[in-house]
Design a protein around this ligand. Structure first.
Ligand code: SF4
Ligand code: SF4
Length: 111
């Protein structure tokens, strides 16, 4: 530790810029708590769909996200099967506009 050198202001600025760039990335702030899943009448795997979409939004992994989605809907409902009942939105601790986000996922993944 005797060689420890604190970051200088330029280095702090680089870190702040990186944090800002990360925060500016549009992503769905789903924590995968899965509270929404139990009450969904269509049994849509909401967090898994959001995870596939975040793969694209955060990491730019377009194909990987699509593959995740395609394999997910082999055994569960598609994003477009949402009937907009709103049950998930009432329970989501992150206050995510699930209906809107699912519609956007359907647009991207099911085109
Ligand atoms: S709004 Fe859609 S995703 Fe949410 S609980 Fe209802 S059917 Fe499921
Ligand atoms: S309740 Fe909200 S944060 Fe939790 S898994 Fe569902 S969408 Fe994600």
């Amino acid at each position: 530790m005797k060689d420890f050198k604190p970051l200088d202001s330029d280095e702090y600025n680089v870190i702040r810029e990186a944090q800002k760039a990360f925060n500016d990335v549009k992503q769905i702030p789903c924590t995968a708590c899965e509270y929404c899943k139990k009450g969904c009448p269509k049994q849509i795997n909401i967090p898994a769909i959001f995870s596939a979409r975040n793969e694209q939004l955060i990491y730019g992994q377009i194909e990987k996200g699509q593959q995740k989605y395609d394999s997910l809907i082999e055994n569960s409902a598609k994003a477009s099967e949402c009937i907009k009942c709103g049950a998930c939105e009432k329970i989501c601790p992150q206050k995510i506009s699930v209906v809107e986000e699912l519609a956007s996922c359907a647009e991207v993944f099911e085109k």
